[in-house]
Design a protein around this ligand. Structure first.
Ligand code: BV8
Length: 259
């Protein structure tokens, strides 16, 4: 792949930015080996449509299947590592006064790469909560019951993620909208821009006058509006952006795992 060219105006905007906000989707984890949300599901899950499984109705109808789908995805995520794109975002956070990382992903890879100011719009697959009380549980006992039961009330546990048709955590959504409305530069990385309300954030940033950079090998409904569309994988594009804007002399150590 030819070296990615970043226009000087964009490099200047990055270097002078007080606040950089970033929205990531499943594409940022693709190079870690985590299939994107709309990639064809593999194996026994290939017959299921993720959009139908990731709903309260599906869980109520078949809690065991939905719990096992998340258990399969959770196990897969435990065995992957952040990629150079995750690490580049953690590096970018050190280079600017204010940095907000808004993620639709539930895999926890940004935190493992060292990012700090993270807004998890859609929850986290590594946490569970009570299906009846809607209250998170710190841990659960794998006593063979699938799904496991809430230690407080005995109802089913469910993944602590936001399903289709469910409201996003209000504080997370407010913080994400505030960041899009006040940042100087906004990145939209590895998202197909289909799922609302996250898909509105890049447009909000544009309306606020921010420079908006999209990183996605494919075009999306936002691409034509972006200030700059880097048609490349985030694991290649993001280190290049950080290198051009801040660290021409740094060598990337992707083996670094924080925490
Ligand atoms: C809500 C957690 C109020 C679970 C997820 C109109 C009609 C009907 C419904 C709606 C509507 N408008 C809004 C809605 C409701 C719905 C929605 O948006 N539906 C869509 C499908 C139309 N939204 C909701 O229900 C939200 N709640 O709005 O509440 C409400 C309630 C009811 C009715 C109206 C309003 C809740 C949404 C949250 C759903 N939960 N995840 C789980 O994961 O199991 S969303 C799920 O999709 C994942 O979080 C995923 O991140 C997210 C978005 O997908 P992407 O991240 O973009 O992933 P995708 O695979 O699509 O794309 C990957 C991209 O990466 C591609 O473009 C690819 O080219 C690119 N890529 C690939 N490799 C790379 C790469 N990019 C860079 N580098 C690479 N190497």
């Amino acid at each position: 792949m030819a070296p990615i060219e970043i226009p000087n105006a964009v490099i200047d905007a990055l270097r002078h930015a007080r606040h950089i906000a970033v929205l990531t989707g499943a594409g940022v984890s693709a190079e870690s080996g985590v299939p994107t949300f709309r990639d064809a599901q593999t194996g026994l899950w290939s017959k299921f449509n993720p959009q139908e499984l990731a709903t309260r109705e599906a869980f109520a109808r078949n809690p065991k299947v939905v719990w096992e789908w998340y258990a399969y995805r959770r196990a897969r995520v435990e065995h992957v590592a952040p990629n150079a794109g995750h690490y580049a975002l953690a590096e970018m956070e050190k280079r600017v006064a204010q940095f907000t990382l808004i993620t639709q992903n539930i895999d926890g890879l940004h935190e493992r790469a060292g990012s700090r100011n993270i807004i998890e719009l859609h929850g986290n697959i590594r946490r569970a909560k009570c299906f009846a009380e809607d209250v998170p549980v710190a841990r659960w006992i794998d006593d063979g019951q699938i799904p496991p039961r809430c230690p407080r009330c005995g109802a089913y546990l469910r993944p602590d993620v936001v399903w289709f048709g469910e409201m996003l955590p209000p504080s997370a959504l407010d913080a994400a909208f505030r960041a899009a409305q006040t940042c100087d530069v906004f990145f939209s990385i590895g998202t197909s821009g289909v799922v609302e309300p996250a898909a509105s954030l890049p447009f909000l940033a544009l309306r606020n006058g921010a420079v908006v950079i999209e990183v996605n090998p494919d075009a999306t409904p936002f691409s034509a509006s972006a200030t700059l569309h880097l048609a490349a994988p985030s694991g290649i594009a993001l280190p290049r952006v950080v290198e051009c804007a801040w660290t021409a002399d740094v060598r990337w150590n992707t083996a670094r795992e924080s925490g």
